[in-house]
Design a protein around this ligand. Structure first.
Ligand SMILES: Nc1ncnc2c1ncn2[C@@H]1O[C@H](COP(=O)(O)OP(=O)(O)OP(=O)(O)O)[C@@H](O)[C@H]1O
Ligand SMILES: [Mg+2]
Length: 535
């Protein structure tokens, strides 16, 4: 070492010796772990992909069945940090685009495999990482080159892309119902003042056991997954409703600090009860005086939001009561009803109420829900009532619907579509390989290798559909070489066709974000050469 330090820096290769074994080991271990994760979800890619059953090992014994990459990875208990990065990658794709969460992980796994080859062939990790960076930028250009513009008024195209997202799900047989439903729900919340903004928080999904997924419906109004209060024979159906959303408690007040009041004789006891009655009666009278006949009460953590006594008086006043409305629902509810939440009885005024034609309790499956329909000046929100014969199906229908809604959100944000079925990946792969030939040296070599890695998507799609992957990918390359940019794998016919004619389209944003995120994650993994554990 001393000799190396004093020697003039002529040729480092001969003069110095650095032990790179540990760095290689760390990098190798990271890549191996990340690839193992990618391999685990690979089989669930595509319309003929397999589903995973996830069973939690703890006491809850929770079981879910899903095809969603992000869900599978988020449930895996991963320890290796690089493996966790892949799970994070899938989550970022979920946040950025919502769909393509399996694709992004499979891509990253394939890029890592090629990176391993490059490293063992003597490429420096930084060179490989830089090549990936250039490749990602160029790949996005290629995708833009094959994108098709779409208008939000073109409902048919939106439905097509939603059904592509749903076709690879467990609930794919219901995609003809769920895709138009997702499109209608999404479009109904887009504000004409902000046409490129779709906030999925404005769409609420209420899950109710019973029936089949076919019974899923889009409700023009509001649904509460709870019963109305039946205490003292209160009303369960109110026409021409004036609805108040309250955040205070209709119950006797409590002292601020923990205290006990000792009552020693009956006269005092009577007085307390009378006071309590008068207090509640006073509140109910104020509520009634404002014309309110439906009361939605926020759940309280301080004390009981309602007591038996207050429910009794409210029932006598013919006011329908829905209690225990969650705090985080309030914003959605007030937006839908176009009313203001009331935080104090003193502020209870008629102008803060919402109006609806009908509020009624209806039986759905095994339980009951409260439905509010015919809302006057309804806000831009939508509610979807998801039904299913068991909880596993309902949960998966919910997750799939989320994917479909995300696809519409992508199209609202960026109004371009792209063909699916492996067409974009093979096109990128071929154009990037052609570009690599124009470059020189190590960069050209790296880019060629990474460009080949993108073939993993069509390869896996074919493999999962039970086709011969090598024959299919070769044929696909041929067709693209002839200039058929939209040739893709038709899994139903088991051959290569123009995939646009099959109506398999996906948002451009899903593909661009998948390739950029995958490249970024792989670059990060390549640049790690040591793991330092700290306490
Ligand atoms: N009918 C179809 N024919 C051919 N390819 C299809 C068809 N439907 C979807 N695909 C392709 O399947 C891939 C998507 O598969 P899948 O939905 O299982 O995974 P993902 O979208 O990456 O992840 P996830 O949906 O779990 O977030 C895309 O490459 C898409 O082009
Ligand atoms: Mg998908």
């Amino acid at each position: 070492m001393a000799a190396a330090a004093t020697a003039p820096a002529v040729s480092r290769k001969t003069e110095t010796y650095t032990d790179t074994k540990r760095r290689d080991d760390v990098r190798g271990a990271n890549i191996a772990a990340a690839r193992a994760v990618a391999d685990a979800v690979r089989t669930s890619l595509g319309p003929r992909g397999m589903d995973k059953m996830i069973a939690s090992g703890d006491q809850a014994h929770e079981v879910i069945i899903t095809n969603d990459g992000a869900t599978i990875l988020s449930r895996m208990s991963l320890v290796q940090p690089a493996a966790r990065m892949l799970a994070e990658l899938s989550r970022s794709q979920d946040a950025a685009a919502g769909d393509g969460t399996t694709t992004v992980v499979v891509l990253a796994g394939s890029l890592l495999r090629r990176a391993q080859t490059l490293l063992s062939a003597g490429a420096h990790p930084t060179a490989a990482a830089d090549a990936l960076h250039r490749l990602a930028t160029r790949a996005v250009d290629v995708l833009h080159g094959m994108a098709i513009p779409v208008e939000l008024s073109d409902r048919e195209s939106l439905v097509k892309s939603a059904s592509t997202a749903l076709n690879s799900k467990v609930v794919s047989q219901y995609s003809s119902l769920l895709s138009p439903l997702a499109v209608d729900a999404a479009l109904s919340v887009v504000d004409p003042a902000h046409p490129d903004l779709l906030d999925l928080r404005d769409i609420r999904i209420v899950k109710k056991l019973g029936g089949t997924v076919d019974d899923t419906e889009l409700v023009r109004g509001l649904i509460f997954d709870k019963k109305a209060s039946h205490a003292a024979g209160g009303p369960t159906r109110v026409e021409n409703a004036k609805i108040a959303v309250i955040q205070f408690q209709v119950s006797p007040p409590k002292t601020d600090i923990e205290q006990s009041v000792i009552v020693s004789d009956y006269a005092q006891m009577d007085r307390i009860l009378r006071e309590e009655r008068n207090y509640i009666l006073g509140m109910v009278k104020k509520i009634k005086a404002a014309g309110c006949n439906v009361l939605l009460i926020q759940k309280s953590i301080l004390r009981d939001a309602v007591t038996d006594l207050s429910l009794h008086y409210l029932a006598k006043a013919k006011i329908l009561v829905v209690k225990d409305v969650e705090r985080d629902e309030i914003e959605f509810v007030t937006k839908t009803l176009n009313c203001l939440p009331i935080a104090n009885i003193e502020h209870f005024r008629a102008d803060k109420l919402g109006h609806a034609d009908l509020v009624e309790e209806v039986s759905v499956g095994e339980g009951k829900v409260v439905k509010i329909t015919g809302i006057k000046d309804m806000g831009r929100t939508a509610t979807v009532l998801v039904r299913g014969s068991n909880q596993l199906v309902i949960d998966e229908a919910d997750r799939s619907l989320h994917d479909a809604l995300c696809v519409i959100r992508c199209l609202v944000n960026k109004r371009f579509m792209i063909a699916g079925g492996g067409a974009p990946e093979i096109e990128m792969s071929m154009q990037l390989a052609a570009w690599a030939k124009e470059l020189q040296g190590m960069e050209s070599y790296c880019i060629k290798e990474f460009a080949d890695a993108l073939e993993v998507i069509p390869y896996t799609l074919a493999e999962n559909a039970g086709l011969n992957p090598i024959a299919i990918v070769t044929e696909l390359r041929n067709r693209h070489a002839k200039g058929e940019k939209n040739a893709g794998i038709n899994v139903r016919k088991g051959q290569i066709t123009n995939i646009l004619e099959e109506n398999v389209v996906q948002p451009l944003l899903v593909s661009t974000s998948a390739i950029t995120l995958a490249c970024e994650c792989v670059r990060m993994i390549l640049k790690i050469d040591d793991i330092v554990t700290v306490r």
